[in-house]
Design a protein around this ligand. Structure first.
Ligand SMILES: [Zn+2]
Length: 421
């Protein structure tokens, strides 16, 4: 009986989360951003979610991209494209929070901020994820069902400076380990540097999300700069892969209600995490001095807590990186172990987001609807090799709202019962 109660509580939060990611929020748009309508996607991309085996190995070809701002710097705000995006935002809905400052080494300045009351829900100051300003969507921080591991990798795609660990190394590993899917939070500057890797990720059925153009602490950026960071990342992902993400993650977790509100009006839900591997801080390109054994210890602890029953309140979203050799090695070392103990899924799945992109031809499996691309007769309704119209993959959103509770209850109970072994 206790198990059922836990399940229903989890399901309630799932349904709430689904609403938070849908169109019920006052700030969240209901259609693809008009200011991206002039972006022409490259040919040859996957046109729908893959229903069978996925590609492995590098995609071949040459992609020449033009018209982008300088990589690894906040883009200019006076371009016509960024101005269009700025003009589409209802600035009356964006809190007038103080733009933060950081020292030259990147450390944020918390001086003068009222952390006790946390008026702007500034994550860096307090790890706040429930906005203080009305209408700003709440962050997604975990997967609702206990035993679920939301698999996420930031900072990709890992470009050629990653050597043998450059993508598609990790994507191959995921494909070869249970056709595992993940959320990939992409840096726009990396997308235009390694576009073939981004195309490969989409073809493999991963969920592409935004991680800004140049990876700054976003609360230190003026409103127009925040828009520019988002705009060019969305532009790059749409031109290279053909999809427009509805999800983003702030670099360093640095977000407040002002940045959240801009992201929401640009069509993106903020996704944080509740378990941090700290893997970026291991020695490696762009890394630090954290001993890998410390990261090993985190994974061991999470596995142990799940196995001994102390981790039974919710599932998780775990922060990992496709940043360098060290982080990819660590990811590949632990995934098989994690898969034995947890139900490993992308965040879109555990939050029942059927359409993680504005392009509705891409219908992703969710906990509530694990087989959305399969008809009643068992025949796939769309395949990755064949373009499909946006109307051919539209079965889930409205139907799922009535099926969510019963289907998810079953999935939730299955997940719980699996932990009893
Ligand atoms: Zn990052």
């Amino acid at each position: 009986m206790k198990l059922v109660i836990v399940s229903l509580a989890s399901l309630a939060s799932m349904v709430m989360a689904q609403n938070a990611t849908g169109t019920s929020s006052s700030m969240f748009p209901s259609a693809s951003p008009a200011w991206l309508s002039d972006v022409v996607p490259l040919q040859g991309n996957a046109q729908s979610y893959p229903t069978g085996p996925v590609p492995t190995g590098p995609f071949s070809g040459t992609i020449n991209l033009t018209g982008y701002p300088t990589t690894w710097a906040t883009p200019p705000t006076n371009s016509p494209q960024v101005q269009n995006a700025i003009n589409a935002i209802n600035w009356g809905l964006v809190p007038n929070s103080t733009v933060r400052s950081a020292s030259s080494n990147g450390n944020l300045n918390f001086g003068g901020y009222d952390s006790a009351n946390d008026p702007d829900c500034w994550w860096s100051a307090t790890t706040c994820t429930s906005p203080k300003h009305q209408g700003v969507p709440t962050d997604i921080v975990n997967c609702p069902i206990p035993g679920t591991w939301g698999l996420t990798y930031d900072d990709g795609p890992l470009t050629s400076d990653g050597g043998q660990y450059a993508e598609p190394n990790l994507y191959d590993f995921l494909a070869n380990n249970g056709n595992q899917k993940a959320d990939l939070f992409y840096i726009g500057s990396n997308v235009i540097t390694a576009p073939l890797a981004a195309q490969r990720a989409l073809a493999d059925g991963h969920t592409l999300c935004v991680h800004t153009w140049s990876h700054p602490p976003m609360t230190t950026k003026q409103n127009a700069e925040v828009v520019a960071e988002f705009y060019w990342t969305l532009h790059a992902i749409k031109e290279v892969t053909g999809v427009t993400p509805k999800c983003w993650r702030p670099p360093y977790g640095d977000v407040d209600d002002r940045v959240r509100a801009i992201a929401a009006q640009m069509g993106m839900q903020t996704i944080i995490w509740d378990e941090d591997t700290d893997d970026w801080n291991m020695p490696g390109s762009g890394g630090g001095n954290l001993p890998p054994s410390t990261v090993d210890g985190y994974f061991e602890g999470w596995i142990q807590a799940r196995q001994n029953g102390t981790d039974n309140v919710s599932g998780h979203i775990v922060l990992e990186h496709e940043l360098n050799n060290a982080t990819v090695t660590m990811a590949e070392k632990w995934l098989p172990q994690i898969q034995k103990v947890f139900r490993v899924v992308p965040v879109s799945q555990c939050h029942n987001v059927t359409h993680p992109y504005w392009e509705t031809a891409f219908t992703y499996p969710t906990d509530a609807n694990p087989n959305p691309n399969t008809t009643a007769s068992g025949t796939p309704s769309a395949s990755s090799s064949k373009p499909s119209s946006s109307s051919s993959a539209s079965t889930t959103t409205s139907a799922a709202s009535t099926l969510t509770v019963s289907s998810a209850l079953i999935v939730g109970l299955l997940a719980l019962s699996a932990t009893l072994f």
